[in-house]
Design a protein around this ligand. Structure first.
Ligand SMILES: *Cc1c(COP(=O)(O)O)cnc(C)c1O
Length: 395
């Protein structure tokens, strides 16, 4: 089937997103004429410094940070996540008084691999398993806490399933025990309200390209007065907390993108949700399909599903030929042979837990695109099941 949309249908927004037009327009002048280093005292520096301050203000407002808190620009959420874990290790854990981190089995590799690295250095790490709803609840965190616990790191929303963890409850619990709390909010921003004060987080990671900003720019929110040894030592950029000359064009674009993402929250939770639900309802009409996680527990844009008898990769191949971009998520067994822990937790059998297709929408998707996608998926499943060696096809 030839795709009627010249640019294809992009349903892989949890991997990265299209740059917003306004963000692009706002940064252009800083790539061209306004190239000063914002730390310089001449006119070239002051004009970029003004733009930088404005962009930072937009980020503070979007996260509801207080002006005494720090929002430090980083190269991406991978850096922010590494920084929190390694910084807390340097500040607290390596001395041995506190020697324990609580995290989950479903974190992004930027958390998981860093935790594994810290284990090699002698840190104890508890990886909480999701419950039968696919999420971590506050009681599990409470039970895992010991005298030794120095940090809890739990993602706000999961990139594969879209499932949302109860961050506000976990934040309150950590605060009441005096334990530092970090959340990877990459998949939450622009999808659900994110308020650092309400959630009582000490650290929060974000990445611009997941909310229609540019790639290679992100940040770490650090609550007022919380020390964190820098990952990058050097000059006095960002109050000495993160060195490296600032990428003003991208920061300006990130400011615009986060403002727009917050402004579009209402749209995300009505229109994007409606299109996601339409696609999901169509999938559920097909026999032997599992959609992971209750809708009400998920961000509005994500569907992770397992289609019995069909390898995720074969499905993606069909979709790609029809101009539709989706993903297997790292849910799939392509890298490790482990089943997706969320699928195991919600009781999916082995076959289903090993194969998955993820559709993730954005505010740029249209109804026509979703209708076309539904049509392509139906045909593809029928075709693939007819030739499947593990599935008995009944028309
Ligand atoms: C994409 C993603 C990251 C990493 O973001 P980068 O920009 O690649 O560093 C971290 N956590 C989650 C949940 C993500 O989805």
């Amino acid at each position: 089937m030839t795709c009627p949309f010249p640019n294809g249908v992009y349903l892989d927004n949890n991997a990265t997103t299209q740059l917003s037009e306004q963000a692009h327009a706002d940064m252009e002048i800083f790539l061209e004429r306004k190239y000063g280093n914002p730390n310089s005292l001449h006119k070239f520096g002051t004009e970029t410094h003004t733009a930088l301050s404005k962009a930072l203000d937009e980020i503070y407002v979007a996260l509801n940070a207080s002006d005494k808190d720090d929002v430090i620009i980083t190269s991406c959420a991978t850096e922010s996540n590494n920084w929190v874990l390694k910084g807390v290790y340097f500040d607290l854990l390596r001395h041995g008084q506190k020697n324990h981190i609580i995290t989950t089995q479903v974190e992004h590799p930027a958390i998981r691999s860093t935790c594994e690295f810290l284990e090699e250095l002698g840190v104890q790490v508890t990886y909480l398993a999701p419950n039968k709803n696919g999420i971590i609840n506050v009681e599990q965190v409470r039970e895992a806490m010991t005298e030794q616990t120095g940090l809890v790191s739990i993602m706000w929303a999961n990139n594969e399933t879209g499932l949302i963890h109860p961050i506000e409850q976990i934040g309150a619990l950590c605060r009441s025990h005096g334990i530092l709390f970090h959340t990877d909010a990459v998949q939450a921003i622009g999808k659900i309200p994110v308020d650092v004060q309400k959630a009582q987080v000490d650290f929060l990671s974000f990445s611009a390209h997941k909310f229609h900003g540019p790639k290679g720019i992100g940040g770490l929110y650090i609550r007022e007065g919380i020390p964190l040894t820098p990952l990058l030592h050097g000059g006095e950029h960002m109050h000495g907390r993160r060195s490296g000359t600032l990428n003003v064009p991208y920061i300006v674009a990130m400011g615009t993108a986060i403002r727009e993402a917050v402004e579009a929250l209402e749209f995300e939770n009505t229109e994007v949700r409606r299109l996601r639900d339409k696609l999901e309802d169509a999938l559920l009409q097909i026999k032997d399909i599992l959609v992971v996680g209750e809708r009400s527990l998920r961000v509005p844009n994500t569907i992770l599903c397992s289609i019995r008898g069909i390898e995720g990769e074969s499905m993606l191949w069909d979709l790609n030929k029809a101009g539709i971009a989706a993903s297997t998520g790292s849910a799939c067994a392509s890298e490790t042979l482990e089943a997706n822990p969320v699928m195991v937790a919600i009781g999916a059998d082995k076959e289903l837990a090993h194969t998955a297709v993820r559709f993730s929408l954005s505010r740029y998707n249209t109804e026509e695109e979703i209708d076309y996608t539904i049509d392509v998926i139906r045909r593809s499943i029928e075709r693939l099941r007819k030739i499947s060696s593990t599935y008995t096809y009944v028309a």
